[in-house]
Each structure stands twice: as C-alpha cells, then as structure tokens.
Design a protein around this ligand. Sequence first.
Ligand code: FRU
Length: 503
Amino acid sequence: MVLNNQVFLLFLISLIGFSCTSHVEKTEDMAYEAGTYKEKYRPQFHFSPPANWMNDPNGMVYHKGEYHLFYQYYPDSNVWGPMHWGHAVSKNLVEWENLPIAIAPDSLGWIFSGSAVFDSENSSGLGTQEDPPLVAIFTYHNHLKDEAGSSDVQTQGIAFSLDNGRSWKKYKGNPVLTNPGIRDFRDPKVRKMVVEGKEKWIMSLAVKDKISFYSSPNLLDWRHESDFNPDWATYDGVWECPDLFPLKTQDGEEKWVLLVSISPGGPNGGSATQYFVGDFDGQTFTTNQKEVKWLDYGTDNYAGVTWSNIPSSDGRTLFIGWMSNWRYAKVVPTDVWRSAMTLPRTLSLLGEGDELWIGSKPVEELEQLRDHSATLEGGNIALEHELLEIALQPKASDFSATFKNGSGEMLVIGKKEGELFIDRTKSGLTDFKEEFASIIKAPLKDLEVKDIDIFLDRASIEVFVNDGALVMTALVFPTAAYTELQLKGFETKSKLYSLKGIW
Ligand code: FRU
C-alpha cells in the first residue's frame, strides 16, 4: 500500500471529524489502527478508500500501463456529502495505489459520477497532437440551486489531464451540456465509436427515468441523438450510471449492452443494475428483449461501469461496481472509511439468439492472490484463514455451504426451491438497518448449477455460478471470522484457496 502524505493528512483530519460525525457506536473490539487497512471489517483484497466516504466508481480508464479508478468521495466525513473524485491506480487490477483527490467541487457544483476517456487524437484541443489528454466527463451537482428548489441542478462538465491523471484542470467553458429543466440529469459515460467511417464520442446519460444518448466530435459540443426507456423496464427508482458497450456473442456477432443502475427497485430491494442487450447504430439503441435482466442478484453491486481504452490486444470488457446499497450504505458498521468496490470482473455475452445475458467473472489477475490450497472432502471443515476463494461443484439438486463462527453466527449460500440464495439473517451484525438481515434470492430458471466460485473477504461474499452466468454479491459483518465451513450436497473435489491480502 502506498499512502501519500496528502491522503494521510486527510485521514488524520477525518479522524478528528469522525468522533462527531459517526453514526455508528464503536464496539469494544473495534480497535483500529489509523490508515493501516487492518481495521475491523476492512476489506483485505478489495479496493476501499484510506478514510471516509466512498460511493460509485468513476472515470475508469486504462492509460500507459495503469488502470485508473476514480470514485465518488467525501473527504470530510464517513457519510455522503459534497462529492469529489477520489483516485487510485493499479498496474494489475489487484493491488491499488492511493493518490490525492483528483477533482474537487467548484462554483458550478459538487462533482458527481462520470467517466474518463483518452482523447488520443486531441479532438478536444485540450492537449496537443504529441501529448493528447485524458478527459474526464462528470456531472456538476449545484446544491445551492437544489436547495433553492430549481430543477436545472445538474449539468455536465469536463476536466483534463496531461500528466497521466496526476493533476486535472477544469475546462474553462464548463458546463459542456446544460440542463434542459430535468432535475435528474447525470452520470455521463462516454465512449469512442466509429459511425459511417468517422470517429464520434457517444455519451449515455441518465435522465430521470430514461437514458439519453448524445454525440460529439470533440467532447465539448454535444448533440442529443435519442432516448431509451422501454415500457417493460424497471422504473421503481431513479435511473443512474448508464454504460453502453459492445460485446461479442459466442458466435462472434457484435451486440451492444446498456447497463442502467436503479435505486430503489432492485430484485432484492434497494439498489441494483438492470441491463439491456440489443443494437446501437451510433444514434439509437434498440432491443428485442422484453423482460428485465439483472447484472448481479446480490444486494451489493451498484453503479458499476466498465473501463475505457482497454488495448485491443487485451480485448476484455472490465467492470467494477460499488459494493453497497443506498438502503444502508450510510450506516454500515465501519467508521474510519465507508464502502468498498466489488472485485473487478470481466463481462462476456452468454446464450444465443435473442436469449443473451451477461456473464461476469472475477478477473484472472486475482489468481495471484491464491496462497495455500486444499481439496475439500465435504462435511465440516475447519477454516484456518479468513480470506478465501472456494470452488464448489454441486452434486445434489439442493445444496448449501454454511460459514460459522464461535459466536453462533452463520452465513449460508445454497440452492432451494429453484432459487440460489444467500442467507445473511444470522451472519453477524445486522441491526444497523432493519432490511439488512435478509435472505437474498436469485431465480435459477433453467440454469443447472455446475460450479460455484465464492470469494469471502472480511465483510463481503461474492458468488459466481457457472463461470459467472449468475452472480450474487453481498455485504456481511460477522463479529468474528468464520472458522467452520459446513458443506452439504457437493462433490468432494471442491477446492479451497486461502488468499493473500493486498494492503
Ligand atoms: C449513484 C449516484 C449517482 C450520482 C452519485 C452521487 O449512486 O446517485 O447517480 O452521480 O451517486 O454521489
């Protein structure tokens, strides 16, 4: 872990501020050491900010050998407030280096979610041909206008960097997209696309209950192209954080995928991400899909989007999400920091014909975290390690894997009545918010469960079925590490790895 001075200073300031702002009583055993990443419930192989509040991942772009991860950040408290873009980089998607805050609020507003692109041809003119810029496109949220009851609260602005994202300058002509009088007008996700032989920038924007597409030759001037809001989609909450990208089917046909986060309205309550598979011609997104599909049936994968500028020699579509839920994000029992990201995942398109769905697999770089391995014989297994990856092959039609600790707490993952479930009702601390103690369910429909890959960190579980055909991500807060695993209905060739921490 690299913690530079500025971040450490912020961290100290936040600790002082923390004593008055915390919504969580510190429990006696919640001893933490400042900035060590060893605090109780601190994720050990997931990204979390050194201190204070984080929500959505923002501006993910690969550039000069680094994966940039910006994120919604409030440096003064461990609950949501005036948003900045925090920043970290990684060379391998596994270990992260924390960097100073990248973009801070100004007179136009707080810095809400958005994306970043490499403007390789310097179409914006914000760099030079020899030294083209990284350009961040984000939402300005003007809280003064908001408090005054105006509707034109959110606009889109840009900032650029000529030093690999280490420093950012706001564009003088901001905002580049003004508000048409709709309060929810945010989260621009921009990508480059070739339309009729010409390169264009395409922006997907969440506009209350629809996604609007805009195009631009230069990232500065934007033209509205079309809107997408089919009547059968889910509208139980506000639409946020869209992402539009191509994926190839198993037969090599190119389709376009549109991710749309929604909160509340998720299949297990609160925040979740629905998606649409279809076609995009540079102007309009169309789909034959007729029912909602969910990227992750768990409660804790929200506002996730993909990295831009991944080299074609790599070719992967890489995703990361915010591992929390607006239902309880502000009161989860951590205090130095709040929230983590999901594991980075590779997205693919599974199925055929019109029956296409997204598969999400943890990136293979994570294999380097594997430490000791063991073959599981079934029955009761004593767990000597806290950080685990477990690969299970069900043999019975119903099965369960139960993690237990000495305090009588248990976390169950299993299949029953045609559904996959994570039961966290007795998993540890749950009383910080009533809805947290839930059984999270995913319909399996025709999916025959062949293998299950589980990642257990100190405060989360991620379950990948059949190489990511179905995914469930959930937070858990056991008061002590789980020390026993009880397996029912699995083959004996199941495998367990202890994982190394990254901090
Ligand atoms: C999603 C979201 C975005 C917004 C940001 C504000 O979690 O509500 O729509 O830009 O968070 O922090």
